[in-house]
Design a protein around this ligand. Structure first.
Ligand code: ATR
Length: 272
């Protein structure tokens, strides 16, 4: 029996077990995905324990993603080092490897809708964890990133860091209309719209040739996505990012291609 799991605090509402166990069933794998609530201060101990127990792979979630990226026992892979956050741990013969598949998940979610990022003007609203992962990934893919945030200093700081891998500029939230006018892709990377009928973007700022992506997935169709759809814009919801980060994790752990459609179906059934 293979054992995978999630460490975070709290973890009890996680959708990952449904998503991953649907894959195990589909592929006929004898495996289980477990939730491990781990308190702050016990993260390193938990990871070493998981390694000693022979656990095959772990997801990491709030509030531990940055902590894990700073542990000496974890070797960061790919863009995780630049982002400074880890959401996937792989226990290998060479040691414990840390990845950030949230970032890749966002890119793949866009690509699944035939959206090319290279050379595109991308506006991200928000400068927290989600925005950090997405902006690094899309900048290194050749997107021209603008980050607008309520606390403008955070937008400038993040843009400065992202400038090490590509093109990025920070802005205050007040310039939204002008910024959206000049953008091809608009991403809400804030929590605004979660369990509420609210959007930071007035509908009249949206246009049909804009690609609109919301990281929020409760509800699946946020106020922003509803407005975007009503003006004829292409949309991607936050569940796709969740599905693709999970699919990437599965591929890192098993070396096999994940059945993305099955994961998507399981996740959406759970969300509804
Ligand atoms: P996450 O890890 O999910 O990105 P986070 O790190 O807490 O979460 O970041 C939340 C982001 O949403 C921040 O950019 C935050 O803006 P501030 O930096 O100004 O706090 C943004 N955000 C949350 N609520 C907001 C609101 N009501 N209006 C504008 N921005 C908001």
């Amino acid at each position: 029996m293979d054992v995978y799991g999630l460490i975070g605090y709290p973890v009890k509402h996680s959708l990952s077990p449904s998503m991953h166990e649907a894959v195990y069933e589909e592929l006929g794998m004898e495996a289980k995905f477990c939730l491990f609530p781990v308190e702050k201060g016990r993260v390193e101990e938990a990871i070493e324990g998981a390694q000693a127990l022979g656990i095959d792979g772990l997801n990491v979630t709030i509030p531990h993603k940055k902590t894990v990226a700073n542990l000496d026992i974890v070797t960061l892979q790919g863009i995780a080092e630049k982002i400074g956050a880890v959401n996937v741990l792989d226990f290998t013969e060479n040691g414990i490897e840390g990845y950030n598949t949230d970032a890749l998940g966002a890119l793949k979610a866009l690509k699944s809708r035939d959206v090319e990022v290279k050379g595109k003007e991308v506006l991200l609203i928000g400068a927290g964890g989600a925005s950090t992962a997405i902006s690094f990934q899309l900048a290194s893919e050749g997107g021209r990133i603008k980050i607008a945030n309520r606390t403008e200093e955070k937008a400038y700081k993040l843009a400065e860091k992202v400038s090490n891998v590509g093109k990025a500029e920070g802005y205050p939230l007040e310039n939204l209309e002008e910024l959206i006018d000049k953008s091809d892709i608009l991403i809400n990377a804030t929590s605004v719209g979660m369990e509420e009928d609210r959007s930071l973007v007035p509908k009249e700022f949206l246009r049909s040739d804009l690609m609109v992506f919301d990281v929020v997935y409760t509800p699946l169709e946020t106020r922003l996505l509803k407005d975007a759809r009503s003006v004829g814009a292409k949309t991607v919801d936050g569940a796709w990012m969740l599905v693709y980060q999970g699919a990437e994790a599965f591929e890192i752990w098993t070396g096999e291609e994940a059945p993305v459609n099955r994961m998507n179906k399981a996740l959406r059934e759970k969300l509804r």
